[in-house]
Write a protein that binds this ligand. Structure first.
Ligand code: FAD
Ligand code: MG
Ligand code: MG
Length: 329
C-alpha cells in the first residue's frame, strides 16, 4: 500500500483457461475494487466457457464438432472472436492461423506426449489447416447474428494463441464499468496495464529470461497498453537434444526454428496475444515488417544463434524496457 495516497492493494487470483488469472488494483474503496475484480474474473471464466477447446460444452467445441457438416449458428461474441482471428491470419499471410490444431495434436502438444510425425502424416493433415477453410456468414440480425462453416472435413479451431488476450480485453471492460482507473490484469502472461499503479508509479512487468528459469531479462514500465510473450520454453519436448516447441508454422506443419521468444507491446490484449505468436512464426525480418502495419505495436525478439541468445528490440520497445544483469541460473 502507498502511505501518501492511502490506497490499498486489492488482488485476486484464480485458475482460468488452464493457467493463473490475476488482477490487482490500488484503491481507496476496497469494497468496490474487490467487487470489480470479482466480476472481471467471472468475465474471464465466461470467456473460458465460450472459447475452450478443453470443455466439451463450449460454443467453440460445438462448432468444432458440427461446422464441417453444416453452417452452425453462433453468438455475436463468438463471431467477433473468429473475425479478429481471421484478421491476424490475413495480415500475417497465414503465419498466424487458428486452424493449426490438427497439427498441434499430431505433434502431441495437447497431451504432453511429444512425438515427431513423418512428413507423410503432416502432409495428410495440412489441407485441413487454413484460415480460408473458415466461412463466416453474417445475417445482419441481432438475434441470429450469423453462422460458421468449415470447408474442409477435418478443420478444427484452436483458440490457444489469441483466446487469453481476448479474455483480458473483456475483463478490462468490466473493470472500467466499475470505475477502476488503475489495474494490472494478467492471464497466463497476457497482461493489460491500466493507469498508474498507486497513482504515481508506472506498473512494472517483468519479462522472463527464455533460458534462465528464475531470472528476468528485464522489465517494462507500461500504461494503458498490453504485453504478452510467446516462447519456446512454455510448452515443448526434447528428443535427442532437439527442442520441439508448441508454436507451429501452419504453412509447413513444423515447429518454428530460430526464434525462441517474442514479447509484444500493443494497445490491446487481443493484439499482443495474436502478434506475439505471429511474429514468432514470421521471424525477425518479416515479423518487424508485419508489425509496422499495427499502430502502437513494439517488439522484443530473442533468437538463438550458435548457442548464443541474440536480442533485438524496436526503438519504442526500448523506451519502456529496462534490461537487468543475468547470473545465468
Ligand atoms: P501462444 O504463442 O499465445 O499460443 C501458442 C498456442 O497456439 C499453441 O499451444 C497452439 O495451441 C496454438 N498455435 C501454435 N502455432 C500457432 C500458429 N502459427 N497460429 C495460431 N495458433 C498457433 N490449457 C490447459 O492446459 N488446460 C485448459 O483447460 C486450457 N483451457 C484453455 C481455454 C482457452 C479458451 C484458451 C485460449 C487456452 C486454454 N489453455 C488450456 C491453454 C492452451 O492450450 C495453450 O497452451 C495456451 O493458450 C498457449 O498460450 P501461450 O501464450 O503459451 O502461447
Ligand atoms: Mg499468442
Ligand atoms: Mg499467448
Amino acid at each position: 500500500g502507498d502511505e501518501a495516497s492511502g490506497k490499498k492493494l486489492v488482488k485476486e487470483t484464480r485458475m482460468i483457461m488452464g493457467t493463473f488469472a490475476e488482477i490487482s488494483t490500488y484503491s481507496n474503496d476496497v469494497k468496490n475494487a474487490g467487487a470489480a475484480i470479482d466480476a472481471a474474473l467471472n468475465e474471464m471464466e465466461r470467456m473460458d466457457a465460450l472459447l475452450s477447446n478443453y470443455k466439451k460444452d463450449s460454443e467453440l467445441s460445438r462448432v468444432n464438432r458440427e461446422a464441417a457438416k453444416a453452417p452452425v449458428p453462433c453468438s455475436e461474441e463468438f463471431l467477433e472472436f473468429i473475425e479478429q482471428s481471421l484478421f491476424f491470419s490475413e495480415l500475417s499471410g497465414g503465419a498466424f492461423d487458428i486452424t493449426v490444431s490438427p497439427i498441434v495434436s499430431l505433434w502431441g502438444f495437447f497431451n504432453e506426449k511429444g512425438h515427431i510425425p513423418s512428413d507423410e502424416e503432416i502432409n495428410r493433415l495440412l489441407p485441413s489447416v487454413s484460415y480460408k477453410n473458415i466461412e463466416i456468414k453474417r445475417n445482419g440480425d441481432k438475434k441470429k447474428p450469423g453462422t460458421v462453416f468449415f470447408k474442409h472435413i477435418s478443420t478444427q479451431i484452436d483458440p490457444g494463441a489469441i483466446g487469453k488476450g481476448y479474455a483480458v480485453d473483456k475483463a478490462l471492460n468490466v473493470l472500467k464499468k466499475y470505475g477502476i482507473d488503475n489495474a494490472c490484469i494478467n492471464l497466463g502472461g497476457n497482461i493489460y496495464v491500466l493507469g498508474v499503479s498507486d497513482g504515481k508509479d508506472a506498473w512494472r512487468v517483468g519479462i522472463q529470461h527464455p533460458r534462465y528459469k528464475n531470472e528476468i531479462l528485464g522489465y517494462l514500465e507500461l500504461k494503458d497498453e498490453a504485453t504478452a510473450t510467446s516462447g519456446d520454453y512454455e510448452r515443448f519436448f526434447e528428443i535427442n537434444g532437439v527442442r520441439y516447441s508448441h508454436i507451429i508454422d501452419p504453412r509447413t506443419g513444423k515447429p518454428v526454428n530460430g526464434t525462441i521468444a517474442v514479447t509484444i507491446i500493443a494497445p490491446s490484449g487481443t493484439d499482443v496475444d495474436a502478434l506475439s505468436t505471429s511474429v514468432y512464426v514470421l521471424g525477425q525480418e518479416k515479423g518487424l515488417k508485419y508489425l509496422r502495419e499495427i499502430p502502437g505495436a513494439e517488439a522484443l525478439i530473442a533468437c538463438e544463434k550458435g548457442g548464443k541468445i541474440v536480442l533485438y528490440a524496436t526503438r519504442g520497445f526500448n523506451e519502456k524496457f529496462t534490461r537487468v544483469e543475468n547470473e545465468g541460473k
